[in-house]
Design a protein. Structure first.
Length: 264
């Protein structure tokens, strides 16, 4: 009876400590997640450097980290900054009336007369739809502007999060295999199954990045470059939007470039 009470008390204490630990880490979950993702993606490069330059974990991890920062972190931060800046400018133009979403929709209706007729058959009023889209454009751009202000006010917190992510990537690259071995020994699923599980996670992560995110980035980059050449305001903003929409199979980047093609 005493042993059962001690076991239950230990389990309860372990759960409480685990919950408290997770609560303490809550502000850093995004940094931890992205650090794990970057480490998983660039770990094969770490292995290649190990074979080429010898078994020097610190040097190999540092070189891999520098490559990851140059290829991923710096471009993403630059694009995010420019995206926010263009989003704020877009909101200012919409708010001042320089950009009128309603007029843009009218041009689409003129180019495709069957669209208003189809909407009427579906019981959708074009005037109401035009107003809703205009309100959505204003609301979305205002939200982006507010988020830009929030990021500006929390610059220190943002810098700390990025620094923490880079710090974690280094140690995950250097000691990630030791951490995996420790987790394999600690989890009660069987060593072989656990290794297969971790291997499948790494495989899916890399496949997702290579098969979806890279393609979305290429589509967004091409769309943004074409918009910039055509002189469309907020080219980078729309390029990022197209990249995100490309990740949605049922939507795709066409929801952005097709109306623009009609507008031109």
């Amino acid at each position: 009876m005493k042993d059962k009470l001690e076991t239950r008390s230990f389990i309860i204490m372990l759960l409480l400590v685990s919950i408290a630990f997770l609560w303490v880490l809550k502000p850093f979950w995004m940094s931890i997640f992205w650090a794990c993702a970057v480490a998983v993606i660039f770990y094969p490069l770490q292995r290649k450097l190990q074979h080429s330059l010898g078994d020097k974990p610190n040097r190999n991890a540092l070189l891999t980290l520098l490559i990851a920062v140059v290829i991923v972190v710096i471009p993403v931060l630059g694009i995010a900054y420019s995206f926010i800046q263009e989003g704020v400018q877009f909101y200012q133009k919409v708010d001042s009336g320089e950009i009128r979403p309603g007029q843009f929709i009218q041009q689409i209706e003129t180019a495709f007369p069957f669209i208003p007729e189809l909407l009427e058959k579906l019981g959708i009023e074009t005037d109401n739809l035009r107003q809703k889209i205009s309100e959505f454009a204003v609301t979305a751009s205002r939200t982006l502007a507010e988020q830009a202000l929030t990021v500006g006010q929390n610059t220190f917190s943002f810098v700390v999060s990025v620094a923490l992510m880079i710090y974690l990537v280094f140690f995950l690259l250097r000691d990630g295999h030791l951490l995996i071995n420790l987790m394999v020994r600690a989890l009660p699923l069987g060593d072989q199954r656990e290794r297969e599980l971790f291997g499948k996670f790494a495989e899916v992560t890399r496949a997702t990045v290579k098969g979806n995110i890279v393609v979305a980035m290429v589509q967004g980059a091409l769309g943004g470059i074409i918009f910039a050449i055509l002189g469309i305001p907020g080219a980078l903003l729309w390029g990022v939007v197209m990249a995100f929409l490309s990740l949605i199979p049922a939507v795709g980047a066409g929801i952005v470039w097709l109306p623009v093609a009609v507008y031109l």
